[in-house]
Design a binder for this molecule. Sequence first.
Ligand SMILES: Cc1cc2nc3c(=O)[nH]c(=O)nc-3n(C[C@H](O)[C@H](O)[C@H](O)COP(=O)(O)O)c2cc1C
Length: 177
Amino acid sequence: MHNKNAPLTRVERSLAPDELIVTKTDVAGKIRYANRTFYKFAGYTPAECIGVQHNIIRHPEMPRAVFKLLWDTIKGGDEIFAYVNNRAKNGDHYWVLAHVTPNFGANKSIIGYHSNRRAPNHDVIREHIQPLYTQLLKIERSAGSPKDALAAGEKHVLDLLRSKNMSFNELMFALGV
Ligand SMILES: Cc1cc2nc3c(=O)[nH]c(=O)nc-3n(C[C@H](O)[C@H](O)[C@H](O)COP(=O)(O)O)c2cc1C
């Protein structure tokens, strides 16, 4: 099912301005629903995705710290906006601007998560996001263990936010979403 060893093609797929990629997951991040645009970009069939961890489309060049921040935020009941590079089954990639939110049940407990993604601003990616993610990857890859890597990446992001006196979402909006 996972195709993590498919070589990267370096071919980019681009969302049209009117295309939205939607998925819903359970509390563990297993895909419960995906729309047709998701399957079109990811290159998987519903049978390959439903019940499977969302990291099925994880791109190896995405820093771990970004996903830690994503999960910490949504598990805390908040929403997050984040630029994410995803890998299609055949090794192509596609950048999105994701808006991820918790779904609440009757007693206000989190019963799952929801993500909507749209075409990102490529100037923002080129000028700000790609340099930040490249730096984070470098920091994470030079750390001793996966645990150290995550801590070092996270520290870099938190230091950056502190220096700007902004939350992650505020920084995303300041850069231009
Ligand atoms: C609603 C929702 C949507 C997600 N969407 C993506 C996504 O589009 N791409 C992605 O790589 N990870 C996505 N994730 C995060 C993955 O669950 C996972 O944390 C990430 O791929 C990192 O995988 P890893 O822990 O194996 O490194 C999403 C999580 C949730 C809850």
